[in-house]
Design a protein around this ligand. Structure first.
Ligand code: CA
Length: 369
């Protein structure tokens, strides 16, 4: 029905004016524009991580027809990297982009939502979070802090890290000053290493100056960009400590709940889009970056010996059990995680694992020397 016809049928004069006002009012209210701030733990312009946060903000603005605008601040631009969770929790800003294991000191359970050494890969994490109750437990873990978490995508399997000496046996970790966060850091500490947690932007300088002996970061794409090959001799794989790390998008509960339902749903839908986008970026770009590191920068690519991996796995099991015993929430989360891991592992054994063991290396690794 056209507006003119509607007005005719609704009556004339004052009655029509009242009817028109009533009908138009909700549209006026719905046009309210929200302006939010997002803080991240990432250096400015860092591909996929920081650019992903910027992309998230852009997509929310597009999908909401400009009703929700989010200004993104990289680490240190508004608050220091490791203060971003507090900023979101206290409502200083409305949202953040980080990795949940950075908040292990506040809540041990947060570590399971990012990475468990020798735990689930990207597919497994996604399945646990969305279908195995993982996201509900994540929400429960953050609820006392008034923060709502959403997965923002996985890095896939990370690299083992950059070292200036060879790791031939587990005792080579003794006394090693290693930048490695999360549960992986606790495993290294168990192996005798000194664990350092440094925000991304400070790692290179610390490695170059010998403040740290070794570092892990992400994978070839990011490690190439950080220039670690200029400060370390050996590039180890695989990233046993981060087999499919999940990035975190977080929202101040009050700010999120103050939005109309449709804007909340737009946020959730764009978070889902980010999950797909993020993993695709890593899968699409890591291979070429690795080849550049090898061909152009002559990086020594080394695989952790089986004996070292076996020892790390044993320490990992101990660390996970110890961390899980720290509080009730961590116990609950670990129980869910371990149960789910067994359930989907059955399928992984006969699908992905069997497949990878049998393919004819269609893209052989070209290692020089
Ligand atoms: Ca990492």
């Amino acid at each position: 029905m056209k507006r003119r016809e509607f007005l005719k049928k609704a009556g004339t004069g004052a009655a029509a004016a009242v009817a028109a006002t009533t009908v138009m009012a909700p549209a006026v209210i719905a046009k309210k524009t929200y302006r939010w701030k997002m803080v991240t733990t990432w250096p400015p312009k860092l591909p996929v991580l920081q650019t992903g946060a910027v992309r998230f903000a852009k997509r929310v603005e597009e999908c909401s027809g400009g009703r929700l605008k989010i200004k993104v601040y990289a680490a240190g631009e508004l608050v220091p990297a490791f203060n971003t969770f507090d900023a979101v929790s206290q409502g200083t800003v409305q949202c953040g982009s980080a990795a949940s294991y950075y908040w292990a000191g506040k809540m041990p359970a947060s570590q399971w939502f990012c990475a468990v050494p020798f735990g689930l890969n990207a597919d497994g994490m996604s399945a646990w979070l969305h279908e195995g109750g993982g996201l509900k437990l994540w929400e429960e873990t953050y609820a006392p802090f008034n923060v709502i978490p959403r997965p923002g995508g996985s890095t896939g399997v990370q690299m083992g890290g950059w070292f200036n000496k060879k790791i031939n046996k587990i005792s080579d970790f003794k006394g090693l000053k290693f930048r490695i966060p999360g549960l992986g850091g606790k495993v290294v500490a168990k192996a005798g290493g000194t664990v350092v947690l440094t925000p991304g932007g400070e790692i290179f300088t610390n490695l170059e100056r010998g403040v740290i002996d070794a570092t892990e970061w992400v994978g070839p794409l990011h490690d190439l960009r950080m220039g670690f090959w200029q400060a370390a001799k050996y590039y180890y794989y695989p990233g046993w400590h981060e087999p499919g790390s999940i990035l975190e998008l977080s929202f101040n509960k009050k700010a999120y709940e103050s939005l109309p339902k449709d804007l909340q749903q737009i946020i959730d839908a764009v978070c889902g889009e980010m999950e797909q986008w993020t993993l695709a970026q890593f899968n699409a770009q890591n291979g070429a970056a690795l080849q550049t590191l090898i061909d152009k920068h002559h990086v020594n690519l080394v695989q952790f010996p089986k004996k070292v991996m076996d020892a790390l796995r044993k320490f990992s099991e101990e660390v996970v059990a110890e961390e899980a015993a720290k509080d009730k929430m961590a116990t609950k989360v670990n129980n869910s995680f371990q149960k789910f891991r067994k359930v989907i592992g059955t399928w992984g054994e006969v699908s992905e694992k069997a497949y990878y063991n049998n393919i004819e290396k269609p893209y052989p690794l070209k290692v020089k020397g």
